[in-house]
Design a protein around this ligand. Structure first.
Ligand SMILES: [Zn+2]
Length: 113
């Protein structure tokens, strides 16, 4: 059994390498393990245990559905990390708006007099 910290690390990794998105799923289903591989920890979802299935509507390149299967603790870790990332992104983009009215590339560093 993996501890929560390891799972969050794995969730961050999965987000970082594009295995899992950071947005809110379009649908969340719960049920018994489908014998798929967990998208966070890479372990089998046993049919005797619970799993979460999260679905994202995909618009590109072809419309469809991206489905991921996760253990409940892995789902919690992913949810935690994706909220974290989104919050951090929101903070940093509002910082940029406040401090630099121009995009970073166009703004020259200001020299003190
Ligand atoms: Zn897992």
């Amino acid at each position: 059994m993996k501890d929560e910290c390891t799972l969050r690390e794995k969730a961050r990794e999965a987000i970082g390498n594009g295995k899992l998105p950071t947005r809110k799923p379009d649908r969340i289903l719960g049920g018994l393990g489908s014998e798929e591989i967990c998208a966070v920890c890479g372990e089998l979802l046993m049919p005797t245990r619970m799993e979460f299935e999260i679905e994202f509507n995909r618009h590109r390149p072809t419309p469809g559905l991206d489905t991921y299967h996760l253990h409940p603790p892995c789902f919690a870790a992913w949810e935690f990390e994706s909220h974290n990332l989104l919050a951090r992104r929101a903070i940093s983009s509002s910082d940029q708006r406040d401090q630099h009215p121009l995009p970073p590339m166009a703004s020259a560093p200001s020299e003190p007099d």
